[in-house]
Ligand binder design. Structure first.
Ligand SMILES: *[C@@H]1O[C@H](CO)[C@@H](O)[C@H](O)[C@H]1NC(C)=O
Ligand SMILES: *[C@@H]1O[C@H](CO)[C@@H](O)[C@H](O)[C@H]1NC(C)=O
Ligand SMILES: *[C@@H]1O[C@H](CO)[C@@H](O)[C@H](O)[C@H]1NC(C)=O
Ligand SMILES: *[C@@H]1O[C@H](CO)[C@@H](O)[C@H](O)[C@H]1NC(C)=O
Length: 521
C-alpha cells in the first residue's frame, strides 16, 4: 500500500518535472548504449513523446516498442531484454525445464533485479513529502532513503583506518523524520557482516522528531543523489568488478526516475582510505564527480536528500561472487548489458578489421607465479597457424585500464593463466572464447563468469600434458597449484586453440560481423 503511495508520488514528481521545466532533464547525463534507449523509453514513454515534439529531438528515430528490461510489472518474457540459454540438462537440480530457466534468471539475470524490487518494503514511513523515508529489500541488501541524517562527528576521534568495519555508525548516528518500524528492520537484519548487507549501519537508525533537512542539524547537505558503497578489493579486477556489477544492478533496482543512469550523482566509499585503483576509470561510467570517502565528512553531520545503499559484493546468494549458478544455463542479460554499458560510456570502440582472421590475444603475466614457462614457443607456434592474428599483452600499470578494455574488446580468443586479468572476459565480443590455460584447481571462478557473460569457456584438459616448475609455494606454507609456473605441451595447446578458433569461425554473430566488413570493402 505505502509502496504504491510512494510510486504515485514519484509518477507525479516526474510529471511535474516534465511539465514544469520542459527539458531541464539532461539526456546527455543518461548517455546509454544505442541498443538500450528503446528499453529506457519504454520505461519512461512520456519522455520520448515530449522529446519528439521538440525541433531537434536526438531520438526521433527511436520507436516506442514493447521492449522492457524484464523487471517492469508489464514486462512479458517475449519482450524482455534477455532470457537465459539453457542447453544443459536440468535433472537433479530442479523438476522442470521452465524451472531451470527461472532459477538462472533469478540468480543472475534481470530476475534478480525484479526480486529486489518486489521485496522493497518501507521501514520508515513519511507522513508528508518533505519527511524522510527508508525502504529496503529483504535482509537489507539494497536500501534507499530520502532526507537522511548522518552524524560522522565521532570519526575524528578514531585512530585506526576504516575498512570492512561494522561500527562506523553508533546508535542514533543515522536517522530521519518518519514513522520508523524498528521491529521490522530488526527482523531483516540477519546478515550482519560488513559486505553482506546494510544491517551494521541501519541497525543504528533512529526516528527524529524534527525534519533534519534545512535545519541547523546538517553541517553539510547533499542534494544530488548519492550512492554509499562498501567495496570489496580495489587491487583485483575480479573482486572490484563485483563492486561495479552490483552498482549497475542497483541502478536498475532503483530505476523509477529518468535520471537513474545519470552520472550527476555522487559516490561515497564507506572507508577512510583515499580511493585508488588501477580500475578507477570504471567509476566514470557511474559518476562525473570525484569519489568521496569517509574523510570527506569526518567531523561533520551530513544530510542526504537521496541516498542509495546498493547491493553488496559479498551478499549470500549475491551477484557473481560466490553465486551458486544453476547447472546447464548461461548468458545473463544483466551481465551483457553491464558489459555494453561500461564499454559505451568509456568509449571503447571496435576497430575496423581488414580481414577475417581470428584475433588471438595471449595475456601474459608480469608476476612471480602462474607464468607460462614456454610462452615464446607457444607464441611462435600460434603465429604459424592459418587465419589467425596473434598478440601478446601484459595488462599492468603501464597500460591504462580503458586501453586494456579496448584490446580485450578487439579480441576473439583470449588466452591466459588463472588470474584476475581473466575477468576481462566480460568485455569480449559475444562470439568470443576464453581459454583459461590452466585453472590451477580453481575450476569454477572464470568458468562461471564466462557462463554469465554467455561466451565459450575452455581450459587445459590433460594434466599429464603440462609440467609445473615445482610443487608450488603457498605464502602460508605448503604446496599450492596457484603458486608456481607451468610449461605446456605444444601440440596439445594447438589442438585446443584450433577448437576455439573453429568455434569462433562458426559463430553466427562472428560471420555476420565479418560479412559487414566485406560489404564495406
Ligand atoms: C512493523 O512491522 C511488523 C512486521 O515486521 C508488523 O507486524 C507491524 O504491524 C509493523 N508496525 C507498524 C506500526 O506498522
Ligand atoms: C533512486 O531512486 C529515487 C527514487 O526514484 C530517486 O529519487 C533517486 O535519485 C535515485 N537515486 C539515485 C542515486 O539515482
Ligand atoms: C589511456 O591511454 C591511451 C593511449 O595509451 C590514451 O589515448 C588515453 O588518453 C588514456 N586514457 C586515460 C584515461 O588516461
Ligand atoms: C606432447 O604431446 C604429444 C602427444 O599429444 C607427444 O607426442 C609429445 O611428445 C609431447 N611433447 C612433449 C615435449 O612432451
Amino acid at each position: 500500500m505505502l509502496n504504491q503511495v510512494l510510486n504515485w508520488w514519484l509518477v507525479i514528481f516526474t510529471w511535474l518535472h516534465l511539465i514544469g521545466c520542459s527539458f531541464s532533464f539532461e539526456f546527455n547525463d543518461v548517455n546509454l548504449h544505442p541498443e538500450h534507449w528503446e528499453y529506457y523509453f519504454n520505461y519512461f514513454p512520456e519522455l520520448l513523446k515530449q522529446c519528439k515534439q521538440l525541433p531537434h529531438c536526438p531520438f526521433s528515430s527511436v520507436t516506442n516498442t514493447d521492449k522492457c528490461w524484464g523487471y517492469e510489472s508489464h514486462c512479458t518474457q517475449e519482450n524482455a531484454y534477455s532470457y537465459p540459454h539453457c542447453p544443459g540438462d536440468h535433472k537433479g537440480w530442479v523438476k522442470s525445464k521452465p524451472e531451470q530457466f527461472e532459477t538462472f534468471y533469478k540468480q543472475a539475470d534481470f530476475g534478480y533485479v525484479k526480486e529486489q524490487r518486489d521485496e522493497m518494503t518501507v521501514l520508515c514511513e513519511p507522513s508528508a513529502a518533505e519527511d524522510s523515508s527508508l525502504e529496503c529489500s529483504n535482509h537489507l541488501r539494497f536500501c534507499r532513503g530520502r532526507n537522511i541524517y548522518m552524524d560522522l562527528t565521532s570519526l575524528s576521534m578514531r585512530r585506526e583506518p576504516i575498512r570492512y568495519k561494522m561500527d562506523v555508525l553508533k546508535a542514533g548516528q543515522i536517522g530521519g523524520k518518519c514513522k520508523f518500524n524498528e521491529s521490522r528492520l530488526k527482523e531483516e537484519a540477519d546478515h550482519v557482516s560488513p559486505l553482506q548487507s546494510w544491517a551494521p549501519e541501519l541497525l543504528q537508525f533512529t526516528e527524529m522528531s524534527t525534519r533534519p533537512m534545512g535545519s541547523a542539524k546538517c553541517d553539510v547537505t547533499v542534494d544530488k543523489p548519492t550512492y554509499i558503497m562498501k567495496i570489496d578489493a580495489t587491487v583485483n579486477m575480479y573482486h572490484h568488478f563485483c563492486d561495479f556489477f552490483n552498482l549497475y544492478a542497483s541502478q536498475h533496482v532503483n530505476a523509477s526516475h529518468p535520471s537513474t543512469f545519470s552520472t550527476d550523482s555522487h559516490i561515497l566509499i564507506w572507508e577512510s582510505y583515499t580511493y585508488a585503483s588501477a580500475f578507477s576509470d570504471t567509476f566514470k561510467v557511474f559518476t562525473r564527480h570525484p569519489i568521496w570517502d569517509l574523510k570527506t565528512f569526518t567531523g561533520l553531520t551530513v544530510c542526504f536528500k537521496n541516498v542509495v545503499f546498493p547491493l553488496l559484493p559479498r551478499m549470500i546468494f549475491g551477484l557473481y561472487y560466490n553465486t551458486p549458478l544453476i547447472w546447464g544455463c548461461e548468458r545473463s542479460g544483466l551481465m551483457e548489458s553491464f558489459s555494453k554499458h561500461v564499454l559505451h560510456r568509456l568509449q571503447v570502440r571496435r576497430f575496423r578489421r581488414k580481414n577475417s582472421k581470428v584475433r588471438i590475444t595471449l595475456l601474459s603475466r608480469d608476476t612471480q607465479y602462474r607464468n607460462i614457462i614456454n610462452e615464446q614457443e607457444l607464441l611462435a607456434e600460434l603465429n604459424r597457424e592459418p587465419h589467425v592474428k596473434v598478440k601478446r599483452v601484459v595488462y599492468n600499470r603501464q597500460m591504462n585500464f580503458t586501453k586494456q578494455l579496448e584490446k580485450t574488446h578487439n579480441t576473439d580468443l583470449l588466452i591466459g593463466m588463472h588470474g584476475a586479468g581473466l575477468s576481462h572476459l566480460m568485455f569480449l565480443p559475444d562470439w568470443a572464447v576464453v581459454f583459461e590455460l590452466f585453472n590451477c584447481d580453481d575450476e569454477h571462478c572464470y568458468k562461471d563468469l564466462a557462463r554469465l557473460r554467455g561466451i565459450k569457456y575452455m581450459t587445459w584438459e590433460k594434466k599429464d600434458k603440462l609440467e609445473p616448475q615445482d610443487e608450488g609455494h603457498h605464502p602460508n606454507g605448503g604446496a599450492h597449484a596457484k603458486f608456481t609456473n607451468y610449461k605446456f605441451n605444444v601440440s596439445e595447446f594447438l589442438r585446443l586453440v584450433r577448437l576455439g578458433v573453429g568455434y569462433i569461425q562458426g559463430h553466427r554473430k562472428f560471420q555476420k560481423y565479418i560479412a559487414t566488413l566485406h560489404d564495406e570493402l
